[in-house]
Design a protein around this ligand. Structure first.
Ligand code: ZN
Length: 219
């Protein structure tokens, strides 16, 4: 019982969502849900993000059948985040479903307006979030709980998690795109300082991205 309560505690502090699909889904002429990319199933994507997701997702064949919902919603001080859905308690890692939340922020004085971001940045963001899911799918329930606690309470742990997500994106060919996110945010004084500092302090710099890219090439 204590273990169950512990998991619920972790979930509640992480704000994991109930598995309710509200995003707009592409439908075929028959009104039924249609797979947005050949060979890829279980994806829910709002129309606003369909083009960019269709561009990036094929580089992640490992996620072909992993249930992923992209959801535009309120987010505090970040542009996107990837999380397991709440029913992860009842599912093995292989059957786990994920949500990639995308900020609905409309004012640049609050942070990035995702839909106004340059295409390269948007691609980098999606590649980064899919990188998190690549990381999550290798973790069992206990490891996911440890991840949640580590991310929440340790700045170094958080840095490592962001480094891993960017590393996956770089390994898929998105080095310049994830660097573009940093350059776009850090160099734009229109964004609030706290938002820019967060990116500067917790995510790999363009130079670190270059290093990751070089080590990928060496392998
Ligand atoms: Zn991240």
């Amino acid at each position: 019982m204590k273990t169950i309560l512990f998991f619920f505690f972790i979930l509640s502090i992480l704000g994991f969502d109930a598995a309710i699909a509200t995003a707009e889904t592409k439908k075929g002429n028959d009104g039924r849900k249609k797979n947005i990319i050949d060979g890829f199933t279980n994806k829910i994507v709002p129309m606003e993000l369909l083009e960019v997701v269709k561009e990036v997702l094929p580089q992640y064949p490992e996620l072909a059948n992993v249930p992923i919902e992209f959801r535009i919603t309120k987010l505090k001080s970040i542009s996107m985040c990837a999380q397991p859905k709440a029913d992860m308690l009842y599912r093995s890692a292989a059957k786990r479903a994920y949500v990639i939340k995308v900020s609905d922020n409309q004012e640049e004085c609050n942070g990035m307006v995702v839909m106004n971001a340059p295409r390269e940045v948007l691609v980098g963001l999606i590649a980064h979030e899919l990188g998190h899911i690549m990381d999550y799918r290798e973790r069992n329930k206990l490891q996911m709980a440890q991840f949640g606690l580590g991310y929440l309470f340790s700045k170094n742990y958080m840095r490592k998690a962001e480094y891993v997500a960017d590393s996956f994106a770089v390994s898929k060919g998105y080095a310049s795109h994830v660097s573009a996110i940093k350059n776009y945010v850090i160099n734009s004084s229109i964004f609030p300082e706290t938002y820019r500092n967060r990116l500067k302090n917790f995510y790999p710099s363009p130079q670190q991205i270059l290093n990751i890219q070089q080590s990928c090439v060496v392998k």
